[in-house]
Design a protein around this ligand. Structure first.
Ligand SMILES: *[C@@H]1O[C@H](CO)[C@@H](O)[C@H](O)[C@H]1NC(C)=O
Ligand SMILES: *[C@@H]1O[C@H](CO)[C@@H](O)[C@H](O)[C@H]1NC(C)=O
Length: 221
């Protein structure tokens, strides 16, 4: 073996013996968002450019259903949005003096637990006083997850009203709403509700909710 050959051999040996962290620039992969629990109950404050909403979310992937109970600040208007995984959604009120119901069909079912899959990691921020990992999904939503507990803290939609922001107040993993509460009222299945004067505030709230939920579903399938 000539001198150049043996030094090459020595170099190769050195490369093999070095720990990989020294021989390659290694960077840990960016964190990925936690999947949503298969069943949970959450109380969420939404701020859409100054209009505040209280939303109770019952996510129940196991039974293929999702419910949003939406109330705008000091209006006494409560809108129920029951979504089924077969694509049917019911929007209704339960006020005996304001019986309204609308049934819509979406091409996709409820959000998958891994709907954040493939989101782009943006780093860490302090939001609502919690240190969070931040991701963005298809320029549609920015999502903040508490580093320590992996619970969602906040999300912001870019579509719809500018700065449509959710602040998660409670997050009860495993909480399930009883079956009777998922049943749409009888006037969803007759024409009776359509005969009454629809409340324009509820109608505009419903069209807003419908728009962002359908965007949310289609942006994240
Ligand atoms: C709601 O959002 C607006 C900006 O769109 C902000 O000025 C206001 O302080 C927010 N209100 C609350 C209660 O977070
Ligand atoms: C979807 O499921 C709900 C609840 O079982 C039902 O009321 C609705 O009619 C179904 N929709 C379709 C298109 O089958």
């Amino acid at each position: 073996m000539g001198a150049p050959m043996s030094s090459l051999f020595f170099l190769l040996l050195l490369l093999l013996l070095l720990p990989p962290s020294l021989s390659m620039a290694s960077k840990p992969p960016p964190p990925t968002p936690s999947e949503w629990p298969l069943q949970f109950h959450s109380l969420i404050w939404y701020n859409r450019t100054g209009v505040l909403q209280k939303v109770e979310l019952w996510y129940d992937f196991i039974n293929g259903r999702n419910l949003n109970i939406i109330e705008e600040q000091l209006t006494n208007h409560v809108l129920y949005d029951v979504e089924w995984d077969n694509g049917t959604s019911f929007y209704y009120t339960l006020d005996p003096y304001q019986r309204e119901c609308d049934v819509k069909h979406f091409p996709v079912g409820i959000l998958r637990p891994n709907w954040l899959h493939g989101a782009t990691y943006l780093g860490q921020r302090m939001v609502d006083n919690f240190l969070c990992n931040v991701w963005e999904k298809v320029h549609f939503i920015r999502y903040y997850e508490h580093v320590a507990t992996k619970r969602p803290v906040k999300w912001v939609f870019f579509e719809g009203p500018p700065g449509y922001t959710a602040h998660v107040m409670t997050f009860e993993v495993g909480a399930v709403l009883d079956d009777p509460n998922w049943q749409a009222p009888v006037y969803c299945f007759t024409d009776e509700a359509k005969k009454e004067n629809p409340n324009p505030k509820i109608a505009s709230l419903q069209s807003l909710i419908m728009t962002w939920i359908s965007l949310w579903k289609t942006a994240t399938v």
